[in-house]
Design a protein around this ligand. Structure first.
Ligand code: PXG
Length: 464
């Protein structure tokens, strides 16, 4: 067995990675030719790679390291819990203190009467749980035909078969098919799809697609609607203000369960504890993961209202994971929530950090290549365009210019992602003003360099 350490030369690690490691959402052959970037350690908002670069992580890992890297308290709690009780299950009428305490804390933090917690290991698993929860709920209420779940194109709910089917990513559906009983409506992306409508008109039109779908399918066939308060992986798409109130009205009117997927929006990302609070939504179920443990341990949950829990408690719910409520993950999550609360991190995001980031982020709107500029709390996006006035897309394949820009970001020691030709950020919530200034200046430099490259490559052309 090869002794693999952080001190091995990058090329050797790359060769071993290419030989044996299959990466998520990656063209393996292309990556093997290019060589993977190897992250060795991290502190605060900074990553270090095997070539000695110090990189500002404006994505908080994958939207999850809300508390920042390197918090010793979380490591200490994990070690303590591993020594005391590294594992026990929550099946067969047993429980343990970390799961009990975390469930109680989540019930306290979650809005309204979302008071009951079903644990999972990842956001995908929790959304699979949600599919089974809502269908079981209606079955128990004597309406076994209410099974269809409505969701949105370009929504992201995970990568397991169920969660992927809920999601609206065509490229994922094309590989292996989807589960039955899911209907997708269009997303509220005004910049890309709003045409001549005002954002408010467009928001209503898109929300009313939900009503149309319910009427088409029949109210007695629809179990639930699921959506992210603000679409994350779809490109940080902030819906027009008219959108969510109309969705809420429709869910109330037709008694459709509303599932808010808070996997990205939860735990301070939008400036409040939950995106549902920022967007003024009253969900029956929320999905949480990522920021729940700041990514230090894999843990997720479905949190349901008293009313949903009461129905589910009337049957044996034949569902669960070996790691549901894993004691080490739960203990780490609890400590993470304690720090987010006691250090006032969520409160500071709402009052100071997010407003500061918003002003800085919006200043990028004057760049010649930047059209739409969006930000809610600590998640922001920029649409790249060859013509701001007409909201044109580039003539090149979607993502060509975005990828060039992302590469310039990396070259300038900034992790800023692209989704198609939208650039996105979601930095750790603990980012300071100085670090925000650094983020913006690196982003501007990357945009300048990408702009030049795009022109030189003859790609400064609008699609006709
Ligand atoms: N719901 C939402 C809203 C998510 O963003 C999941 C569910 C699934 O969570 P797990 O823990 O199973 O990955 C997510 C995950 C990207 C990217 O490229 C986003 C996610 C995952 C991987 C990549 O932006 N979000």
């Amino acid at each position: 067995m090869t002794q693999i350490t952080n001190h091995m030369p990058t090329e050797e690690l790359q060769a071993l990675d290419a030989a044996h490691h299959m990466h998520p959402f990656t063209h393996g052959g292309e990556l093997a030719g290019k060589g993977v970037r190897i992250i060795t350690r991290a502190k605060g908002v900074m990553l270090h790679d095997s070539d000695g670069n110090e990189i500002l992580d404006a994505m908080a890992g994958l939207w999850c390291v809300n508390i920042g890297y390197g918090r010793e308290e979380l490591a200490d709690v994990a070690a303590r819990q591993m020594r005391e009780l590294p594992y026990y299950n929550t099946f067969f009428q047993t429980s343990h203190v970390p799961a009990i305490a975390l469930a109680e804390r989540l019930a306290e933090l979650a809005p309204g009467d979302l008071n009951h917690v079903f644990f999972a290991g990842s956001g995908s698993e929790a959304n699979d749980t949600n599919i089974r929860l809502v269908r079981t709920y209606w079955q128990e209420r004597g309406k076994p035909e209410k099974t269809t779940i409505i969701s949105r194109k370009n929504g992201y709910h995970g990568s397991t078969l169920g969660a992927m089917s809920l999601g609206g990513m065509a490229g994922m559906h094309a590989q292996g098919g989807v589960v039955q009983g899911i209907r997708h409506i269009d997303q509220p992306n005004w910049w890309a799809e709003g045409g001549e409508m005002s954002p408010e008109e467009f928001g209503l039109e898109r929300a009313r697609q939900l009503e149309k779908a319910i009427l088409e399918l029949g109210e007695d066939k629809v179990a639930a609607f699921i959506a992210e308060p603000v679409q994350g992986a779809g490109g940080v798409i902030v819906p027009p203000e008219s959108y969510w109130p109309e969705i809420q009205r429709i869910c109330d009117r037709y008694k459709i369960l509303l599932i808010a997927d808070e996997v990205i929006c939860g735990f301070g990302r939008t400036g409040q504890w939950f995106g549902s609070q920022t967007l003024n939504i009253r969900p029956d179920i929320i999905t949480v993961a990522k920021g729940l443990s700041s990514g230090y341990q894999p843990i997720a949950a479905s949190i349901v209202t008293d009313a949903v829990a009461e129905v589910i408690a009337g049957c044996e719910f034949n569902h669960g994971y070996t790691y549901s409520g894993h004691p080490v993950a739960a203990a780490v999550a609890l400590e993470n929530l304690r720090i987010l609360d006691e250090e006032g991190i969520v409160a500071r995001v709402g009052a100071e950090t997010a407003p500061y980031l918003k002003e800085a982020w919006e200043s990028l709107g004057d760049h010649p290549m930047v059209g739409d500029v969006r930000i809610v709390g600590m998640m922001g996006s920029l649409a790249l365009t060859p013509d701001k006035e007409s909201r044109a897309t580039f003539a090149s394949d979607a993502g060509t210019v975005g990828l060039m820009c992302r590469e310039r970001c990396f070259a300038n020691n900034l992790v800023m992602r692209h989704v198609g030709d939208r650039m996105i950020i979601s930095p750790p919530l603990v980012i300071t003003r100085d670090e925000i200034d650094m983020l913006i200046s690196r982003a501007r430099k990357a945009l300048d360099e990408a702009y030049e490259q795009v022109r030189e490559a003859g790609l400064w052309k609008a699609a006709s």
